[in-house]
Design a protein around this ligand. Structure first.
Ligand SMILES: [Zn+2]
Length: 208
């Protein structure tokens, strides 16, 4: 039996072997209650998107404010000015964040692909749970839009990782050497950042 708490959504999951008795399993889970409570208490904090909150966009802190005039979302002197009404603010900002992510990821991908001398297909964004990026055998690259919430070096090293897959479709020593050459360093700090803080990026836009 295996009990886990998903740091991306706080879901508690119990995996049972096919032959397990549900009653025994539930009794066992009851005994694990202190562990579950500790794991739940250690989850990232929900980060609602609303006026007065600060977002980190590509490393830059931006205070959300409702704009008196204008439409949509604009960035101005460390602020994110959003047209009201208040109940539309979160959706407007999410749309804006995804557009920022798409633009930056596309530009960085094309830049590194040119540097590596490889061709790239379509660059797109989504909200996958398991991976920050993926590269198909035909060169289409797909990223999590949430990378725009990470420090720029983390986004950049993810881009380099996917572009390097156009040279080596595996995680061999040759692949890692290509990453090192393109990025100019080993992305050790960036990988550590994603391990430590990556799951917190899934809590943006949640009220609880
Ligand atoms: Zn990979």
């Amino acid at each position: 039996m295996r009990l886990s708490v998903d740091p991306r959504d706080g879901g508690v999951r119990l995996i049972l072997p096919g032959r397990a008795s549900i009653r025994d399993a539930l009794r066992w889970v009851e005994g694990q209650r202190p562990w579950v409570e500790k794991a739940l208490a250690a989850l990232p904090l929900p980060q609602p998107i609303r006026a007065g909150e600060t977002l980190h966009v590509a490393g830059e802190p931006l205070l959300i404010e409702i704009a008196a005039r204008g439409r949509g979302v604009r960035r101005e002197d460390g602020r994110l000015l959003v047209a009201g009404p208040e109940e539309l603010v979160a959706n407007r900002i999410l749309r804006w964040l995804k557009a920022q992510a798409a633009e930056r990821l596309e530009a960085d991908t094309r830049r590194y692909a040119a540097l590596a001398g490889v061709s790239i297909g379509r660059v797109s964004i989504g909200d996958p749970r398991a991976r920050w990026g993926s590269c198909s055998s035909t060169g289409d690259i797909r990223y999590s839009w949430r990378l725009i919430l990470a420090p720029p070096a983390v986004l950049e090293s993810t881009v380099v990782h996917e572009v390097a897959h156009r040279l080596h479709m595996d995680h061999s020593p040759d692949f890692h050497a290509a990453v090192r050459k393109l990025l100019g360093r080993d992305p050790i700090a960036e990988r550590a950042w994603l391990r430590a803080h990556g799951s917190a990026l899934y809590w943006l836009g949640r009220d609880s």
